[in-house]
Design a protein. Sequence first.
Lengths: 438, 330
Amino acid sequence: MRTIRAAAIGAATLSLALAATACGGGSASGGGSNDSPKTLTYWASNQGASISVDEKVLQPELDKFEKQTGIKVKLEVVPWADLLNRILTATTSGQGPDVMNIGNSWSASLQATGALLPWDAANFSKIGGKDRFVDSALGSTGVPGKDPAAVPLYSMSYALYYNKQAFADAGITKPPATWDELVVDGKKIEGTGRNGLGAEGSNLSNNIHQVFVLAKQHGAEFFTADGRPSFTSDGAVTAVKQYVDLMAKDKIVNQSNAEYAQNQSLSDFAKGKTGMVLWQTASATFKSLGMKDSDWGVTAAPVQSGAPGTGAQTNSMVAGINMAVFKNTHNLDGAAQFVKFMTSDEEQKLLNTTYGSIPPVKSAQSDPAFNSQATAVLRQTLTSSAQALPQVPDESQFETAVGTAVKDLFADTAAGRTVTTESVKAKLQKAQQQMPAK
Amino acid sequence: MTTTAPPAGTRSVPEHSPGAARGPRRPGRIRRIGLPYLLLLPALLLELLVHLVPMVIGVAMSFKELTQFYIRDWSTAPWSGTGNYRLAVDFHGAVGEALLHSFLVTVVFTLLSVSLCWLIGTTAALYLQDNFRGRGVLRTIFLVPYALPVYAAVITWAFMFQHDNGLVNHVLHDQLHLTDKPSFWLIGDNSFYALLIVSVWKGWPFAFLIVMAGLQNIPKELYEAAALDGAGMLQQIRRITLPSLRPVNQVLVLVLFLWTFNDFNTPYVLFGKSAPAAADLISIHIYQSSFVTWNFGTGSAMSVLLLLFLLIVTGGYLLLTSRGRKTADV
């Protein structure tokens, strides 16, 4: 009898507990607090050659931070393939890290969820003020006119990397500065048995970065001023066609690049199979692929004519990583202290040097480390000729829709179909129709 | 009508008990009747929590405009009525057209994959029915694709299908010279065949396993009798093996159908987030419509439609095959 009663009580308790948890889950309201001032959880993005490299780079810095403030930071380096999904899950459940890295192009999309702490004047003053950061980097932290959703941490830009041996073999003495020169040089390289230029045809984000810049050069925007998609303007169609034509018409991109999505173009380049590649901050990757620093050169990414600058002379997107504070944090002050630490001159110099990126903090940029062969061009591009991707809430849909359109056009080319202005326009039209209705 | 007597008899038993015992006994009876239900309660609640609640939430989500603006607090998302559904089934619009295309691709893919899995699995099981040396080894080897972790197996296939360095192109083009130039398998139209090959490779061992188990239950005497009557091997298969396997096949085909139709892992590992149009299976399409584009309402509406479709197919299939079996038995 006693065991039955115990079982009955157990069953009743368990049922109540289940009912309570069922009702209790998923409440995501409420802002931050300072309930647990001694700990922080930090989701870092994968910046180094591997997750374990990042852990080795960051852990000593976190220990330093703990020594200074007494706050213990629990680090988790999240792979790029998972990061956005993890952040979305954290946003939905309200259970997430205190501080996290985000790709800067997600800023506006994530800002729209309201899950990130807005960096208003009061919050910026806790980390030394907004003036410490470079304008181009601040341009990629959320919708213009709103308080930034994140703070710039690492900045990167596109540049044209070339294999010195390939250039020498093809008799190229000066790296190309315009697209026309790039095509001419690419054909010369093709003549020596190498491929001219590498591309990542199935990598949606990379496709977007390239056609965004080309659209700028043709005076087109993918979004109107009030945030509506406008993918089919003449400039946008010309831009996409120009990019795909590097494979279809100019034939300086090998058809096999149409299926590349895992940085195969970089490994082709490092192996000497390809002469040039347009990439962001690739020096660390080349090194990890076994290529010596002296084997490659770097120059500003090409423009249509003239020299890189603003407007139609744009030659890169502002690539980079931002640092955001989760609004539901239980250690608001600690999170601000940690962001201040990570954006301090000392940490900025150290981390950006390690990762081959450029500090978005003005006072750290002057360090000679960012004036080397690998970094001078990137820094120059960031300060004078890089533009932020559209800062609209629908940015991730845009990357998927237009990135897929470019991928499909590359696939068409690889399958032997001809790419025409009409076929490009039709693909972009379809992409635009898939965007959320306004 | 005549069966009412025994229950009346049993009910009358307590009435013969001494009246004094009645008072304390009533809570006892409640306890006795209530206890099983109380003990069932945790299981019931868990079932609700694990299965029903997420489904109900999913259905509720499909009526909301659940985009990135509202995911932080779902309750604030505005109700969109049947808007998500109308968007999904408006086959003249871009979203509906893409969904219909994806649905048709999935139907063709599933029909081909299930038939091939069944055909290869059954053939292999029949051939391995006879005792010969090395049968055990062959059976084990045949089960390897089924036992391998999906990710490891499919990523290997992805490498093999690569344009430049893939084994498939190496064999077809470099060695056998069957094609003029190396084909693309992971993009463009060929991706459908790549997906089908991997799906069949992964699925047929299950059919093989189930049919093999079913074959063990067919009495040997039937074959002996048939052989005496002069039935050849094909006749034996047609008149004895297949009819005897009918109940096994009924379940096998249904399970293969559901698994293949809903398969997410294979296309995701093979093609990544954005599958080529020719291999745009419905599960990956829904994933793209919700997670990648941050529109969970539309994604849920598509999922509910998929659920309804699978319910109808499964119900219809079971109804048809069960009825068929009853008449066959008679």
